[in-house]
Design a protein around this ligand. Structure first.
Ligand SMILES: [Zn+2]
Length: 114
């Protein structure tokens, strides 16, 4: 039986492309170390790009999220204000900065922000 080519190949291709893009951006913001800027955690599955000033929601509204955000960073020549953090440290930071107050708190997810 012939395998379905289109869908799965496309997914793998996109994933490779995404990893390459992410690696490029993280490489810049973590000085090539790929570890959490706070605790040094090195498992890439738990790392992501963090807005140092906590204005992530606003920025994502402007440029989009995921690969769109990463592409815009490359296009803008890696603007300052970003760091690589693990999920734990991002959560802790959010609580410290009260970033959950309006838009990141699951309690408020019922309200759609445009
Ligand atoms: Zn961390």
């Amino acid at each position: 039986m012939e395998k379905k080519r289109d869908r799965s190949n496309e997914t793998i291709w996109n994933r490779n492309r995404w990893v390459k893009l992410r690696t490029k951006v993280w490489n810049h913001y973590s000085a090539g170390k790929f570890v959490c800027a706070r605790c040094g955690y090195a498992d890439q599955r738990a790392l992501s790009l963090d807005h140092i000033e906590g204005n992530g929601a606003e920025h994502r509204r402007r440029v989009g999220s995921g690969s769109n955000l990463y592409r815009s960073l490359i296009k803008e020549g890696y603007p300052p204000g970003f760091q690589v953090l693990c999920m734990n440290c991002q959560q802790v930071k959010r609580h410290e900065n009260n970033e959950n107050a309006n838009n990141e708190n699951p309690k408020y997810h019922g309200r759609v922000r445009t």
